[in-house]
Structure formats: structure tokens, C-alpha cells
Design a protein around this ligand. Structure first.
Ligand code: ATP
Length: 316
């Protein structure tokens, strides 16, 4: 069975009268790369600060499982990069690492060499951190967060502002940390597409509330190119398609069918459905766009608070 590493229960933070994180229930599996997606101001940083033990919740709880000493033991096993990385600009990468290692009583030259190599900063020599690109600074921030050999990394928007190459480099580093060192990663972004193919699980947060949780597979499925049939009876139309040998489709509501496979056959499918006496109102091709999917999810949650509640329940 999958081991849950972190569970939050109605986790809430209020500033003044406003809940900027509002009753968040999520579960993070050990070994996951958990992506928290939300627009600016959605509450990502505040949520991360709470689970990193940096600020206290106003209400609700969170629990790190698998640590005998509970949350207090887990804090020693968390590496966090939240907001600006604590980098000394006048020092090179190695001296920045040494300084943090001294603070953590973790003096190990091999660890520093290995970690700098892992984040792609093995050859930066005497170059001061102030001369680093944004991507290099972020990777140094990640290396610094690794001091103390954490089990969990909490990274707030580590790819924000990076160019595509910088994003790819950070992605590669995080994949290696997850796969080679078994580190569980909780990472936020305001761009879903940036975390696509990196995260194993996703939660979409808006106005402090979780509006949707998905696994990578579910997200891939939801964001695939598809054909949408609108007809008078989707259940009967589905039976016709099945009878004709098609399997790569899904019934939506009573009038909608989503076709994921053999989409080139759409005219033929249309004919079969019509021949069975079922009126087809429209059929359209929809090209998947992760950002659109993300924005639509937020919009429909805002339009229907019930959906937001459902998202909350799904997250439990
Ligand atoms: P961003 O990417 O812009 O940081 P975010 O999703 O991380 O967005 P938060 O930084 O968690 O969002 O902020 C959520 C809301 O809480 C914002 O409206 C912010 O102004 C407010 N907020 C955050 N910290 C405080 C604070 N210390 N006092 C008052 N309000 C705060």
C-alpha cells in the first residue's frame, strides 16, 4: 500500500478576516512530486510556509507520517526553498554550501562536491553567486536546501522567471533528486504546463481552496486532444460506437461523448450514430491546452462553489 507522508486536515491561515488558505485537505505520498498550481495570490506560499513549520495555521492541522517524533522530527528532514534563496552574493557556490553546512554541523566536502555536481554547478569555480544567472541561483538554492539530507523538499515557484533551458535544467535536477535520492518533493507554480511531466500528482488551488486534485495519469487523460460529440442520447450513442468496434471514448453527461482514439474516424462515427436514429447536434475537435484546462478548472470552481467543495472532498 502507498505510504502517505503528509496529510493536511482543513488547514487554514487567516490574515485579518480573510482566509488566504481555506480548509485545505491534501495527501502527499512518500516518493511523490506533488505539484501545487495556482495563480499569483492563490495561497501557495502561505500553504508551503505552514507545512514547512515557518508559520502557524489559524485552524486545521497537518501531519507528517512515518516520523516517530511526528512533525517536530519531520521539520529536521525538510529542505525548503520558499521565496528568495538564502544565498550570499559575494561567495562562490562551494563557499555558500560550506557556510550552510557549518550552520547544520554537516561538514562533508564530498557531500558538497556531489551536491553541486548534481545541480549542475560543479564547474563554477570562483565565480561569485552574484554573477550567476537566475537558473544557477535557483539551482544553488536547491543545493542549499539539500544540506542536512532532507527527506522532503518544499520548493516555492523554483522555476518562476526561468527561460525554457533553465526550466529544463531545474526539472532534470528535481527528477534526479526524486529518483536517485528518493526525496519527496512538494513544488508550486502558477503555470501548470511547467510542471507537466515532472509532477506525479497535482492540486489546483484558487482563493486558498483546493479546486481539483489529479494524478499525472488523470491529468494526461483530461488534457488529451479529443473529439466532442453532442447528441440527444450519449448512452445509446456509446453503445453504437462500441458495437462498431471503437473503445477509446468516454461518456460525459447525458448528451456528450469524448473520443480520444481514432479521432480521424469522426465522420464515420457520426454516420453510425445518425444511422442508429440518434440526432447528433455537433462534433468538434478540441486541442488540449494545459493552461486553458487550468484556467477553465478555476473558472468553473468560481462559478460553482459546489465544485470547490467536491474538489475538497476528493482531496481527502
Ligand atoms: P504568489 O505567487 O504571488 O506569492 P501565492 O499563491 O504564493 O502567490 P500567497 O503569497 O500565499 O500566494 O498569498 C496569498 C494571499 O495572502 C495574498 O493575497 C497575499 O497578499 C496574502 N498574504 C500573504 N502573506 C500575508 C501576510 N503576512 N499578511 C497579510 N496578507 C498576506
Amino acid at each position: 500500500m502507498e505510504e502517505m507522508l503528509l496529510e493536511t486536515h482543513e488547514l487554514t491561515k487567516a490574515y485579518g478576516k480573510r482566509n488566504v488558505v481555506d480548509g485545505v485537505n491534501i495527501s502527499v505520498k512518500r516518493g511523490a512530486i506533488y505539484g501545487l498550481i495556482g495563480k499569483n495570490g492563490a495561497g501557495k506560499t502561505t500553504f508551503m510556509k505552514m507545512i514547512a513549520g515557518m508559520i502557524r495555521p489559524t485552524d486545521g492541522t497537518y501531519e507528517y507520517k512515518g516520523f516517530k517524533g511526528g512533525n517536530s522530527e519531520a521539520y529536521g528532514k525538510i529542505g525548503a526553498l520558499i521565496e528568495i534563496p538564502a544565498i550570499m552574493p559575494n561567495l562562490n557556490a562551494r563557499d555558500n554550501m560550506k557556510l550552510k553546512c557549518i550552520a547544520y554541523n554537516h561538514n562533508d566536502d564530498h557531500f558538497i562536491t556531489d551536491t553541486l555536481k548534481l545541480v549542475g554547478l560543479g564547474d563554477t569555480g570562483k565565480k561569485k553567486a552574484s554573477k550567476f544567472s537566475l537558473g544557477m541561483k535557483q539551482r544553488l538554492g536547491i543545493a542549499l536546501a539539500l544540506v542536512g539530507n532532507p527527506d522532503i523538499l518544499i520548493l516555492d515557484e523554483p522555476i518562476n522567471g526561468l527561460d525554457p533551458q533553465g526550466i529544463a535544467e531545474v526539472r532534470e535536477v528535481l527528477t534526479r533528486l526524486n529518483q536517485e535520492r528518493g526525496i519527496t518533493i512538494i513544488i508550486s507554480s502558477h503555470i501548470l504546463a511547467e510542471l507537466a511531466k515532472l509532477a506525479t500528482d497535482y492540486a489546483i488551488i484558487d482563493n486558498g481552496r483546493i479546486v481539483e486534485v489529479s494524478t499525472r495519469e488523470e491529468l494526461e487523460r483530461k488534457s488529451r486532444n479529443r473529439m466532442i460529440f453532442k447528441c440527444e442520447d450519449s448512452a445509446r450513442a456509446a453503445a453504437v460506437l462500441k458495437e462498431a468496434g471503437y473503445t477509446g471514448f468516454e461518456v460525459g453527461d447525458h448528451e456528450t461523448i469524448y473520443v480520444y482514439e481514432n479521432t480521424d474516424d469522426a465522420p464515420k462515427m457520426n454516420m453510425k450514430i445518425c444511422q442508429a436514429g440518434i440526432l447528433v447536434n455537433s462534433f468538434d475537435y478540441e486541442v488540449a491546452d494545459l493552461e486553458e484546462y487550468f484556467l477553465n478548472t478555476i473558472r468553473s470552481a468560481a462559478a460553482s462553489p459546489v465544485t470547490a467543495e467536491a474538489g475538497k472532498e476528493a482531496a481527502v
